[in-house]
Ligand binder design. Structure first.
Ligand code: AGP
Length: 607
């Protein structure tokens, strides 16, 4: 998604803006730009393409010269990637510059109104409307103009605004799109997320929806939508800068794959005390017993976490657990009421589809729980309860450690709820807690499979199609494996329930077609092995993720990828690891842009 950075203080703004935008590249973009007050006017430099084009255009940040400015990386929604559609967008006089993340849903209506007032437009963007609108309403008072703009905008926006009449001041405002304020010494910042300003300050304000902030180098004033001054309490960001950097790995994705033991440890440790699960959410035993069903709504990998977790929760809680794509949830007339727990899973906490599902669930009267990784994110704030995954910043577009910590958080939730519902014996409760506590070590051990997955990747990286099969939780993991391979190596990959192949997809299997089977559950071993034989008989090149205790199948023409034995309910946490590594190494061999795959964004804040 788009990235926003703003600076006001005593230093040269342009280098700070460019450095901040570099830290936001992971969000996905196709153009970039800056607008800086240069002592006489707002000077704008922007360009289609990667950030390096803008860096070159500004002579490595040597200009524009000034100490107040805004910067932007654009992920196109309205209007193709082009110089003119890049942000910052300006008013006709050039005395107002705006950077924007989100979608102004009524921009055509506003555009028609402004055109009737004599405004002419140069770009195809919705954002340009905001620049003209602000200037239209500006009569000398920044706050008043901002309030009037906010009163007519519909849709989602995080805005950074620079106005020539107030060259040492930034205006920041948001609705449904994240924006933070960084608090410095005689300098202040705005940013889409903390990674952009972490090297300058760890003290931030989270701007709430409909709040408006007026920043100078010496002051930050925040107002609510009723023009009342809001007293904000700074939050301290304790991420270390290294955590937001690559840490010696070639790609963020590999770093984050390797961080999974620590990320899962950080997610479970604070919630297991003296062998008991204690969750910091307002969910009483009575609440838990009142639920007669659970819905899980999410997108992409988070949805696949939901598919795996649904099997775990149903087994533990003996109530229906339905997983739905968040983008479908609103349109399926979900059977949700006050006896339903709706769980929204989201790494970014800003995914528009998931947020919309959350709102629909609340409208229908459900209790809502968010499983999110970004503190203070929109979904975390809007849900009745939030259970954070302490994965730390996840930079690679392809999620890995967030996926694993989401699973872990849901295991803990399942154990907690099972105890309250009396659906597990004390012995089984103890077994499950111990099994979760063992996961970081088992994940660490599973990461030792790197070499085998590299060898398999070297056999399969030129394949056009790869198939993933599994049953039950293994099918859910297969879905995630197929997505990983698709999104970072651009290889056509499909996942099927193992029993489904013979009902059609097996017609696609020809000599040498790669098929990887996930068989973490020994109880389904022979069943899935028979499906493997069906594809082997048609020439497929087959690998299988199997547990240590499974019988040896290497003699049957199948390449085994062996993972440690573990609690079958939690096996997804281990079986996903080889699939993450396989997709990484195939993408690496294909020379793909692993951390920033084409067309993708880290957080999809548009529907
Ligand atoms: C996963 O690797 C993808 N980047 C994508 O499917 C992602 O999981 C999805 O967009 C949901 O994002 P969220 O977890 O931030 O809501």
């Amino acid at each position: 998604m788009c990235g926003i950075v703003g600076y006001v203080g005593r230093k040269a703004a342009t280098p700070i803006l460019l450095e901040g935008l570099k830290k936001l590249e992971y969000r996905g973009y196709d153009s970039a730009g800056v607008a800086v007050w240069n002592g006489e006017k707002i000077e704008v430099e922007k360009a289609k393409g990667r950030l390096r084009v803008l860096v070159e255009k500004t002579d490595n940040g040597a200009f524009p010269v000034g100490s107040a400015g805004i910067g932007h990386t654009r992920w196109s929604t309205h209007g193709k990637p082009s110089d003119i559609n890049s942000h910052p967008q300006t008013s006709g006089t050039g005395r107002t510059a705006v950077v924007h993340n989100g979608i102004i849903e009524n921009y055509m209506e506003l555009k028609e109104y402004l055109a009737s007032q004599g405004v002419t437009f140069v770009s195809e963007t919705d954002t340009e409307v905001v620049a003209h609108l602000f200037e239209h309403y500006y009569k000398g008072d920044l706050l008043e103009a901002a309030e009037r703009v906010a009163s007519v905008l519909e849709g989602s926006y995080a805005l950074g605004i620079l106005v020539a009449d107030h060259p040492d001041t930034l205006v920041a405002m948001r609705h449904d799109s994240p924006l933070i304020i960084g608090l410095g010494e005689d300098e202040n910042f705005i940013a889409s997320d903390v990674t952009a300003i972490l090297e300058h300050t760890r003290s931030v304000y989270y701007i709430e929806d409909k709040e408006i902030a007026i920043l100078t180098g010496a002051s930050v004033e925040v107002y609510d939508q009723h023009s009342r001054r809001v007293k904000k309490t700074p939050s301290h960001i304790d991420w270390d800068v290294q955590a937001a950097e690559k840490g010696g790995y070639e790609h963020f994705m590999l770093k984050e794959i390797m961080e999974q033991p620590a990320a899962v440890q950080a997610t479970i440790s604070p919630r297991i005390k003296n062998g008991r699960v204690e969750l910091e959410i307002p969910l009483s035993d009575e609440d838990i017993r009142s639920f007669d069903r659970i819905y899980i709504a999410a997108c992409g990998s988070a949805y696949y976490v939901g598919c795996a977790a649904a099997r775990v929760l149903e087994t533990l809680l003996h109530i229906p657990v339905l997983t739905q794509l968040a983008s479908e949830f609103r349109y399926q007339s979900p059977l949700v009421d006050e006896r339903t727990l709706v769980i929204i899973i989201s790494q970014s906490g800003e995914t528009a589809d998931s947020r919309a599902a959350l709102r629909e669930a609340k409208r229908l009267g459900a209790r809502t729980l968010a499983i999110v990784n970004v503190v203070g994110s929109a979904i975390a704030k809007e849900a009745d309860m939030s259970l954070y995954t302490w994965a730390g910043p996840e930079i690679a577009v392809a999620t890995t450690k967030a996926y694993s910590t989401q699973l872990a958080a849901l295991y803990l939730l399942g154990i907690r709820m099972a105890e309250a519902r009396g659906t597990v014996t004390p012995e089984r409760y103890g077994e499950l807690v111990a099994a979760v506590e063992a996961l970081p070590g088992l994940i660490e051990k599973t990461l030792g499979i790197k070499e085998q997955t590299q060898q398999l990747a070297s056999r399969w990286f030129s394949a056009e199609h790869v198939f993933f099969i599994g049953r039950g939780i293994d099918y859910a993991v297969s879905l995630e494996g197929a997505l990983k391979l698709k999104e970072i190596s651009y290889t056509m990959s499909e996942a099927y329930a193992a029993g489904e192949l013979k009902h059609g997809p097996i017609s696609l299997i020809v000599d040498g077609t790669p098929v990887i089977a996930v068989i973490s559950d020994n109880r389904l071993f022979e069943k899935t092995l028979s499906n493997i034989k069906e594809v082997s008989a048609r020439g497929a090149s087959v690998a299988a993720i199997v547990c240590e205790s499974a019988r040896d199948i290497s003699g049957e023409g199948v390449t085994p990828l062996t993972i440690p034995d573990c609690e079958p309910l939690f096996a997804a946490s281990l079986s996903v690891i080889p699939l993450q590594l396989l997709s990484y190494y195939i993408a690496s061999l294909k020379g793909c842009d692993i951390d920033k795959p084409r067309n993708l964004a880290k957080s999809v804040t548009v529907e």
